[in-house]
Design a protein around this ligand. Structure first.
Ligand code: C2E
Ligand code: MG
Ligand code: MG
Length: 635
């Protein structure tokens, strides 16, 4: 604010007579208003006998020397251009003195145009004729409280006093506007302000027949920064991001564009939280927006050095283009937001152009998210159990608990559709607890009935695995349900395990301490190595279904599957083949001495009651070849 006070009041003087302009020049430039202020300070210090070493009259008057910054124009057209130019440079005019009678366009014409361009300017109509009725002009150039009159010939003091008074009024109003329309954290225009900027950018794009790109930018994992490092660091980060956006904007336009004439203050805004809006007006080709988004992502992804931390944040950006993706601000913003959302889901740290298909999919996603809330309380979840068999003996070696959701509104929703959403929203943490508790309780009940449960395998999501409280929660559930830890197996997908090796090592060690066993799910789809897995001390690999499916068709996949089995065996890691759907596949696994098998050919995932019947049968059938036994159990 103090900085703002020191900047001179920008005054526009419009008069066709050179002598009149010269008179203004003398008043505004050569009479130093600061003398009045300096004299006042001097008097005050003498009156109150201030002898301190604070600044006295000289430095003050020096710093205040430039109180006005006048611009002189000889005609109405030049005046309008000057206002436009000042606004584009973010150095708006505060007060404009307009001569009423000028050859060509007159003062009223200039006032009307200026008002359209910049509604905040204090306009003073100057006239030598007493026959002008201010009421007539007031009607043409509203609002009346921003319109004053000055009669020629004027006294220098009149001009000076008017400029000071109207300039202060203009500043005070601008400050209030800043509070309402600018984000206090970053100083960028806020959502309100960006809305009106968007409207005028759309109008300009229409007028000039150009493309306007609306970029919706959201930082990835910003919540994590806030949660782990605190809000002060989060705020600091947002300020740096805002600054980087402002610094990058001039460089991201295509080289041949005339962006200077289209760009305006307000092309970057903070919409709230970690969301920013960037407008790229005046584009010729849609692809220029993508190139600009890419440049912004690169600029923001450079490490950010804060007071105590060095952070790397990547943004995800969605792009909607005017006119093709929406005719008004509302729909452009919504579609850019949707595209951002898709970019983040697919591959965070990238950008995506909006396309029409995003609507239906997004709607489905939001509906799922909405219906997932409260699904536990509404008892919409259940578990299915899929038996796993020991390939060499044909007996049941364990089972996997698989979550099922039957929504009152959406019907049965497959896990592949709702689990990623539950993960992303964090709901998986409560859902996972429910799964674990239900599966452990069930295993204990069957055990008490004397049924051959073997292991109970439960899937662990990445979010759960990353939570430091997870091992303690498992311990609590084991205590609560009375299931022996050795009966519980946790299935963690290969991609989750390899995401952060240091964390994995620590987390797996803690889980092993509890006495539970650990299986790597969907093995072969990620990038783990046997050496790392051995180091992590995992007990089991589950060969991904995709390899097993193709065992009978591709010799490469046969080679991979048998290689995995042999290698795991030599490292004393057990192997379960997932997705066994046919007898040749099972035969192959038997030949290669795979430990366990799971798949539709053996047994589909079934509700608890049916699983119980299968276990009862398994308890009775103890004779025959492995295949005969499996067939006898599963019918
Ligand atoms: P997954 O852990 O790899 O589970 C095996 C999936 O393969 C299950 O799908 C199962 O029904 C299916 N499957 C088993 N045998 C065959 C077969 O022979 N052929 C074919 N085509 N499919 C077979 P489902 O139940 O749809 O689960 C999909 C994924 O959802 C699971 O993959 C797992 O990653 C996740 N999931 C399921 N339940 C939970 C849970 O409680 N928590 C978490 N975090 N994830 C779960
Ligand atoms: Mg699994
Ligand atoms: Mg799997």
């Amino acid at each position: 604010m103090s900085e703002q006070r020191r900047t001179p009041i920008r005054v526009l003087v419009v008069d066709d007579e050179a002598e009149v302009r010269e008179a203004y020049r003398q008043i505004l430039l050569e009479t130093d208003v600061s003398q009045d202020i300096a004299a006042f300070h001097d008097l005050r210090s003498r009156l109150f006998n201030r002898t301190g070493d604070g600044p006295r009259s000289e430095p003050r008057s020096a710093s205040r020397a430039a109180a006005f910054d006048p611009i002189f124009c000889g005609d109405a057209e030049a005046a309008v251009a000057a206002v436009q130019d000042a606004l584009a440079r973010d150095q708006p005019v505060a007060v404009a003195f307009l001569d009423m009678r000028m050859p060509g366009r007159d003062g009223v014409w200039a006032a009307t145009r200026i008002r359209e361009i910049d509604p905040g300017i204090e306009i003073v109509i100057c006239t030598a004729y007493s026959d002008v009725d201010p009421a007539d002009i007031g009607g043409l150039v509203p609002p009346e409280d921003k319109l004053s009159y000055l009669n020629k010939p004027f006294h220098p003091h009149e001009v000076r006093q008017m400029t000071i008074a109207l300039g202060s009024k203009w500043r005070a109003e601008r400050h209030i506007v800043r509070l309402a329309y600018f984000d206090t954290l970053t100083g960028l225009p806020n959502r309100e302000q960006s809305r009106s900027r968007l409207v005028s950018a759309i109008e300009a794009a229409k007028r000039h027949d150009r493309i306007l790109a609306v970029l919706y930018l959201d930082l990835d994992n910003f919540k994590r920064v806030n949660d782990t490092l605190g809000h002060a660091v989060g705020d600091e980060l947002l300020r740096v991001v805002a600054q980087r956006l402002c610094d990058s904007l001039p460089h991201i336009y295509p080289a041949d564009s005339d962006s200077e004439t289209h760009r305006r203050v307000g092309d970057i805004a903070r919409l709230g939280g970690d969301e920013f809006l960037i407008l790229l007006p005046g584009l010729r080709h849609a692809k220029e927006a993508g190139a600009a988004a890419d440049a912004l992502i690169r600029a923001l992804s450079q490490p950010i050095q804060l007071a105590l931390n060095s952070l790397v944040v990547t943004p995800s950006i969605g792009i909607a283009l005017y006119p093709q993706d929406g005719a008004d601000g509302e729909s452009l913003l919504r579609n850019a937001d949707l595209a951002m959302y898709f970019a983040k889901r697919k591959n965070s740290g990238t950008f995506a152009y909006y396309d029409g298909a995003m609507n239906a999919a997004a709607l489905q996603r939001f509906t799922i998210e909405d219906r997932l809330r409260g699904a536990i309380e509404r008892k919409e979840f259940s578990l299915n159990y899929q038996l796993q068999f020991d390939v060499s003996s044909g007996s049941v070696s364990g089972m996997e608990a698989l979550l099922r959701w039957s929504s009152a509104e959406l019907g049965a929703v497959p896990p592949a559709e709702f689990i990623p959403i539950a993960e992303e929203t964090g709901m998986i943490l409560t859902i996972g607890q429910w799964v674990l508790r239900t599966a452990c309780r069930q295993a204990r009940l069957w055990q008490d009935e004397g049924l051959p449960v073997g292991r109970m395998a439960v899937n662990v999501s990445g979010r759960e695995f990353a939570s430091p409280e997870y091992p303690a929660q498992i311990a609590a559930i084991l205590r609560e349900t009375g299931l022996d830890a050795s009966k519980l197996e946790l299935e963690i997908t290969e991609s989750v395990v390899m995401a952060d090796e240091r964390w994995t090592e620590k987390a797996l060690a803690e889980l092993k301490q509890l006495g539970v066993s650990l299986a790597i799910d969907d093995f072969g789809t990620g990038h783990s190595t046997f050496a790392r897995l051995r180091q992590f001390g995992v007990h089991r690999l589950k060969i991904d279904r995709s390899f097993v499916t193709r065992i009978s068709e591709h010799s490469d996949d046969r080679a991979i599957a048998s290689g995995i089995i042999a290698m795991a065996r030599s490292l004393s890691i057990n192997v379960t083949a997932e997705g066994v759907e046919s007898s040749p596949q099972l035969l192959f696994l038997q030949e290669h001495a795979c430990h366990d098998a799971q798949g539709f050919y053996l047994s589909k995932p079934v509700p608890a009651e049916q699983a119980r019947e299968l276990l009862q049968r398994a308890r009775q059938i103890i004779h025959g070849t492995p295949t005969q036994r499996i067939r006898a159990i599963t019918g």
